[in-house]
Design a protein around this ligand. Structure first.
Ligand SMILES: O=C(O)c1ccccc1NCC(=O)[C@H](O)[C@H](O)COP(=O)(O)O
Length: 221
C-alpha cells in the first residue's frame, strides 16, 4: 500500500468511522495520520469486533488506529483492546476526568477525550481534561435532537478558540469538509483535524475522493 508523505504545513488528519478495507486504503493513500473505528451500535459507522480487527490489521505502519467509544464499561474496553490492535482510545461520551485516568491505566493506551463546544460557556470544560488526557478533541456539541453524541457533521464558531493554546495536544473536529478545513486551520491554528461526515457520500459510507481532497486541503496544498 503506498503512503504519501506531504512536506506541506504538517497538519495531521484523522479520518473517523471507517467500515471497509477500501476505506483503510483510501485513508493511507491520502496520507492521513489517524484512522478511527466507531464502537457505538446506534451509529451507521459502528463496527463489530472482528470487523474492527480486520480493518486495524490492514493499516500500514504509521497510520494510528483509534477506537472511538462512548462511556465504555471495563468489559467493553477489555473486549476491544483484547481483540483489536490499537494506538489510541477516543472517549466520546460524558466520561469524567477520573474515568479518563482509569481508562489510560486500564488499557495502557493514550486517551483522547472529546469535548463539545457550542458557546464560550463550554470552554472551561476543556480545562478539566488537559491535565489527564493525552489529547483533547475540540468538537461541536451535538444538536439537541441528535441521536449520536458526535459525527453529526455540525460545526461550531471557530472564533471561540482562535488564538487559544492548551498544554495538551488537541485536534479540531465538527462539520469539517474539504471546502472549509483550510479556513478552519487558518482561523484556529489547529495542527490536527478530524472528520467523518464531511468525507462521506451517504451516512456511514466513506468516499475515497473526498478523503483525498480533505487531506490535501488540510495540509495546505
Ligand atoms: O461517528 C459516529 O457515528 C459517532 C458516534 C458516536 C460518537 C461519536 C461519533 N463520531 C465522532 C466523530 O466522528 C468525530 O470525532 C467528530 O465528532 C467529527 O464528526 P463530523 O462532524 O461528522 O466530521
Amino acid at each position: 500500500m503506498m503512503r504519501v508523505t506531504r512536506p506541506g504545513s504538517g497538519v495531521r488528519t484523522k479520518i473517523c468511522g471507517l467500515t471497509r478495507l477500501s476505506d483503510v486504503a483510501a485513508v493511507s493513500e491520502a496520507g492521513a495520520a489517524f484512522m478511527g473505528l466507531v464502537f457505538f451500535p446506534k451509529s451507521p459507522r459502528n463496527v463489530s469486533l472482528p470487523q474492527a480487527r480486520d480493518l486495524a490489521l490492514a493499516a500500514p505502519v504509521g497510520l494510528a488506529k483509534v477506537a472511538l467509544l462512548v462511556n465504555p464499561d471495563d468489559a467493553l474496553l477489555d473486549a476491544v483492546t483484547g481483540t483489536v490492535p490499537l494506538d489510541m482510545i477516543q472517549l466520546h461520551g460524558t466520561e469524567t476526568p477520573e474515568r479518563v485516568a482509569e481508562v489510560r491505566t486500564r488499557t495502557g493506551l493514550p486517551v483522547m477525550k472529546a469535548v463539545g463546544l457550542r458557546d464560550a460557556a463550554d470552554l472551561p470544560i476543556l480545562d478539566r481534561y488537559v491535565d489527564v488526557a493525552d489529547q483533547v478533541l475540540v468538537d461541536a456539541k451535538p444538536p439537541e435532537d441528535a441521536s449520536l453524541p458526535g459525527g453529526n457533521g455540525v460545526g461550531f464558531d471557530w472564533r471561540l478558540i482562535a488564538g487559544r493554546k492548551w498544554k495538551t495536544p488537541w485536534m479540531l473536529a465538527g462539520g469539517l469538509t474539504p471546502d472549509n478545513v483550510s479556513e478552519a486551520v487558518r482561523l484556529t491554528g489547529a495542527r490536527q483535524v478530524d472528520v467523518s461526515s464531511g468525507v462521506e457520500s451517504a451516512p456511514g459510507v466513506k468516499d475515497a475522493r473526498l478523503i483525498a481532497a480533505f487531506c490535501t486541503a488540510a495540509s495546505g496544498q
